[in-house]
Ligand binder design. Structure first.
Ligand code: AMP
Length: 429
């Protein structure tokens, strides 16, 4: 495997920027994707956030645009990157600015939820690279502030999230507006049928790259569950977060109102906390994320959708204040910690009404979550023996049933790689 950026064939100003970023060697997706993208191939990338995929597509994009200097036409970008959320769009824009700092290419990021004035102004001034969320982009296309016929490189990032969020028709419309002679890249963590169909329709003989998220694996995350009464959750959460070992904590709730409530009582308990969810104004969301990144906010309370795709390094703990009712969300939530090789822990507060959610999660992961002892432990009507678990590896259903009946003694949980779990999720779709 190539071990340095120097051998990937990127122009010198990009290599200089990578040095400044202290990227010593390319990640697996970068090693695989950069050479084929530099040659102009289409790409289907099966990859999660955390694998280095942003640089994998941004570096060749910047390289190729810098090699084809053309007049900058106002409102007509040459490259378009579509992202499902404002936060992800902003993050991509920041990365592109950082990697392209020694090139004379111009980028802009456009998304909804804020006034369009500044965005229109940037478009008028002329941009080479546009990063956008689908809704606002279509809006501005409709108002003729932007046209896409000059787009020669199109990137769809987190395509499965765009599907989840109901953007698939908008995405298809946008693709239809782009230049026909173009290079197209599609990234998705999972490949549900509508995304597979989209990929089939818009990619030309794509190279397919499938990477396991770099060092992000469920087995690297220490997981524990606290059985606690619903009314005691606040006390327990506050006690847990007061532990100085909890450096940067991402707390999950199921609802936006829940996130606000939890944030309020944490602040009342003297913990620097903020909330992130879709009902917050854009500037409040930016403030919350920036505060979390720069350490002013120790605990960020978020809903699942708001936290998707967010890349904040150094999250020491993920706390599920409420367990998700979709077991897949649990895997996505806990994957926010233990990034880039760091350790991490995921703690779940489970009340009696959430037992079924926990069971579904454990079934999906094929691993039991260790139970943590604490003084607020919930007394159950029907105590459930929670010895350290043993979970059977995937096997035909009949064998599994037989094994469950045999009730063999428990042994330590086995672990599955994040990739295996994602494969499993994909197979269920
Ligand atoms: P991404 O998957 O694109 O969201 O990237 C995840 C994180 O890894 C980001 O914080 C990047 O800045 C960082 N990163 C990407 N490529 C490299 C690299 N080759 N070396 C070190 N860090 C990287």
């Amino acid at each position: 495997m190539t071990s340095s950026f120097d051998s990937l064939g990127l122009v010198e100003p990009l290599r200089r920027a990578l040095n400044a970023e202290k990227y010593l060697k390319p990640t697996p997706i970068q090693v695989q994707a950069i050479p084929v993208l530099l040659e102009g191939n289409d790409l289907l990338g099966v990859a999660e956030t955390g694998t280095g995929k942003t640089a994998a597509f941004s570096l060749p994009l910047l390289h190729r645009l810098s090699r084809q200097p053309g007049p900058r036409v106002p409102g007509a970008p040459r490259a378009l990157i579509l992202a499902p959320t404002r936060e992800l769009a902003r993050q991509i824009g920041e990365r592109i600015d950082a990697y392209g700092r020694h090139l004379s290419l111009r980028g802009a990021v456009i998304f909804g939820g804020v006034g369009q004035g500044q965005q229109v102004k940037a478009l008028r001034a002329g941009v080479d690279i546009l990063v956008a969320t689908p809704g606002r982009l279509l809006d501005l296309c409709g108002q003729r502030h932007v046209r896409l016929d000059k787009v020669s490189i199109l990137v769809l990032d987190e395509a499965d999230r765009m599907l989840d969020m109901g953007f698939i028709h908008d995405v298809r419309k946008i693709v239809g507006l782009c230049g026909k002679e173009r290079q197209t890249l599609l990234f998705s963590a999972t490949m549900p049928p509508p995304i597979a169909k989209l990929a089939h329709d818009i990619l030309r003989e794509p190279v397919r790259i499938d990477v396991s998220p770099v060092k992000v694996a469920v087995e690297r995350i220490e997981q524990r569950v606290y059985f606690v009464g619903a009314k005691d959750k606040r006390t327990l959460l506050t006690e847990l977060i007061k532990d100085p070992a909890m450096g940067r904590v991402l707390v999950f709730t199921r609802t936006k109102r829940g996130a606000d409530r939890v944030c309020r009582f944490l602040v009342q308990a003297g913990i620097a906390a903020d909330a992130l969810h879709g009902n917050k104004a854009q500037n409040a969301r930016v403030r919350a994320l920036d505060g979390f990144r720069n350490g002013k906010v120790r605990a960020l309370v978020a809903t699942d959708i708001a936290a998707r795709g967010i890349d904040v390094p150094g999250i020491s703990h993920v706390i599920n204040y409420e367990l998700p009712n979709e077991p897949e969300s649990y895997v996505h939530r806990i994957g926010r910690t233990a990034r880039a090789g760091a350790g991490g822990a995921a703690l779940s507060l489970c009340d009696n009404s959430e037992r079924a959610y926990l069971t579904a999660i454990e079934r999906l992961m094929r691993a039991r979550v260790d139970v943590a002892e604490h003084r607020l432990a919930e007394t159950l009507d029907e105590p459930v023996a929670r010895a350290p678990a043993r979970i059977a590896p995937a096997r035909p259903a009949d064998k599994r049933r037989r094994r469950q009946r045999s009730r063999r003694p428990a042994r330590a949980a086995t672990s599955n790689s994040f990739r295996e779990i994602l494969d499993h999720l994909e197979a269920r779709q």
